[in-house]
Design a protein around this ligand. Structure first.
Ligand SMILES: Nc1ncnc2c1ncn2[C@@H]1O[C@H](COP(=O)(O)OP(=O)(O)O)[C@@H](O)[C@H]1O
Ligand SMILES: [Mg+2]
Length: 369
């Protein structure tokens, strides 16, 4: 337990987490608009994930917030104060990168103590604090190890301890788990989240992995082309994506044209309730937005739809059925899928009669694979 950074202590000091506001951020590199009017407001102690494909501006947003990158326009405030003119060193932010970025010539303890040395803390205090932080991330026994003597997961925990050592008011993590194998990634995901909640530190976590974002964050900001597409809680984002881009990012993989009938739609011959996004029901033609688990198939020689692809995923097999010229992806238990051959005729149905709809896409953006 570290007494020094635990948010539950009662010293009357300012709360651990800062309120952060990113307002209309624009950052260009030549003709590339890495940030193109990006805005996001973050509550004290909140954990926000920036989610989006490679190149959408996530790292740039984080670097601007940290003060490593200048802005063309827009502003960053921390607890209401404009920090644009404040250097990275004085912004009180801790950062963890994708690559471990530890100092190879320093052992774990000295890596963690590094930021404190920069802040001219006394050597004894530094060692004590660094020791507490190592305990916090469960690596007290690794204090004298050098980075090359530790696993990737251990190095990332050291990097996390180093970022937390300065008692930052904002913690910034740029794809910190992407270089790790799946098991370690899942463990560290839990550990980071628990630590963040315990310290109540305002956190921005960058990832291109939707599962990571949805499982860890209080709110997720989906980014595209330097802008925020939608910022919402994981549950709201999942059940009510407001744009097709967001829908695809949170697992929608098929779009099926449907016709509205008295406030409902007919999908695969069944009448379904409409679940529109918060922005309301779009006018004009509609598509049902479906995830593989929203659809079921059964073998039926008399049916018109047929199977065009199968890919084995382990417990489930992803099957693609052609329904009136539209590719529909379905996840089927692998033992059941073993009996479904390519070209087999199948009856396609909806699992829940409550479907997400969006304005019809002229060019079906979901690829046939
Ligand atoms: N230093 C740089 N010089 C030129 N272009 C850059 C630089 N940094 C980022 N970019 C460009 O800005 C866009 C956003 O990059 P980045 O923020 O790194 O995206 P992400 O982290 O989401 O993958 C990309 O098109 C990238 O090529
Ligand atoms: Mg990046």
């Amino acid at each position: 337990m570290t007494e020094l950074v635990d948010a539950t202590r009662t010293t009357g000091a300012a709360p651990a987490g800062a309120r952060v506001s990113l307002e209309g951020l624009v950052r260009t590199y030549g003709t590339t608009r890495a940030l193109d009017g990006f805005s996001l407001a973050i509550e004290p102690g909140e954990f926000v994930a920036l989610l989006g494909p490679s190149g959408c501006g996530k790292t740039t947003a984080l670097r601007v917030l940290a003060g490593f990158e200048r802005l063309d326009s827009g502003r960053v405030t921390v607890d209401g104060r404009d920090v644009s003119k404040i250097s990275a060193q004085h912004r009180d932010m801790g950062m963890v990168f994708q690559s471990y970025s530890l100092f190879p010539n320093m052992n774990a303890l000295n890596n963690v103590a590094f930021g404190l040395r920069m802040r001219r803390q006394h050597a004894t205090q530094r060692r004590q604090k660094a020791g507490e932080l190592l305990e916090l991330v469960g690596l007290s026994d690794q204090a004298s190890k050098y980075p090359h003597q530790m696993s990737g997961g251990q190095q990332q925990r050291i990097a996390l301890a180093r970022a937390l050592a300065i008692e930052p008011r904002v913690l910034l993590l740029d794809e910190p788990l992407s270089a790790l194998d799946a098991k370690v990634r899942a463990e560290l995901r839990d550990q980071i989240r628990q630590l963040q909640q315990r310290l109540a530190i305002t956190t921005v976590f960058v990832t291109h992995d939707q599962e990571e974002a949805l499982s860890m964050a209080d709110r997720v900001c989906v980014m595209s082309a330097g802008r925020a597409e939608q910022t919402a809680t994981p549950a709201a984002l999942y059940s009510r994506p407001t744009t097709s881009f967001v829908a695809e990012f949170v697992g929608v993989s098929s779009r099926v044209p449907v016709e509205p009938v008295d406030g409902s739609v007919v999908l695969f011959g069944e009448r379904c309730r409409i679940r529109a996004s918060d922005t309301g029901l779009p006018n004009g033609p509609l598509d049902a937005l479906l995830r593989p688990e929203d659809v079921a198939i059964t073998l039926d020689e008399t049916a018109k739809p047929f199977v065009t692809h199968k890919s084995f995923l382990g417990a489930t097999t992803r099957v693609i059925a052609q329904v009136d010229g539209v590719a529909v992806r379905v996840d089927v238990r692998s033992d059941v899928a073993a009996d479904i051959e390519l070209g087999a005729r199948v009856r396609v149905s909806v699992v829940s009669r409550d479907v997400l709809v969006a304005e019809r896409s002229v060019t079906n953006p979901v690829s046939p694979q």
